[in-house]
Design a protein around this ligand. Sequence first.
Ligand SMILES: [Zn+2]
Length: 261
Amino acid sequence: MHQLIDSHCHWDHPRLQNLQPDLWQSCLDQGVTQLIVPATQASHFQRQITLCQLNPHWHLALGLHPYFSHIHSSDHLQLLHQAIVAHKPVAVGEIGLDFSPDMSSKRCTQAEQEVWLLAQLDVAQEYRLPIIVHCRKANDRLAQLLRRHAFAEGGIVHAFSGSQQQAQAFTKQGFKIGFGGTLTYERAQAMQRLAIALPLADIVLETDAPDMPMAGSDRSLPNRPDYLPRVLQQLATLRPESVEQIAKQTYTNTQQVLRLD
Ligand SMILES: [Zn+2]
């Protein structure tokens, strides 16, 4: 059977940890043999670090998510530096920009988000690490900031939503485009067209578990990394390549961009 990497899974989240150890066994049964575990805030770094030390196939990423811009501090940035040196994450993330309207109610201004983003681009550049990006309604601005920063380490734009042109602005700068459960929705036609139009070499798979439920799943239950084959199947339905070809290439893409062994 093919092997898959879930390139974005909040594995340390209590809603997933409550399902252990059965959930990891189920992942393996489904061919999901590696997970990338991104961070959202500094107060969770330690639980992620402790968890990822348990299994070499659970890969740590550390960063300060734009959702929580109003709680990040310079101490947290310092903690990020220290944790990178001590624990060697595969990426800085998730970091990025979220300009969707509901963010202003959380007092995360765009300017504030950009300060944390730029500070963390410096961090990633310093340690020569790729980044895992969260970007909502801000694709053009993010691509512009990456260009201005001459950011050269690449990474993954997770749960991408935008035009083909915007996706290409990222892939030209060394990024892969992450597709998840949203692709499985019938109404997600623009995203499906994009998933057909992009070269397979630019695509990685993710669940964003426990968030971003798959089509047809019970929304009161957490999304799960062992559902990743559904994203694979959907891509195979849309694209000319076989399930096996897509599995193999997206696995290689994730390994290459995050420099996994
Ligand atoms: Zn996430």
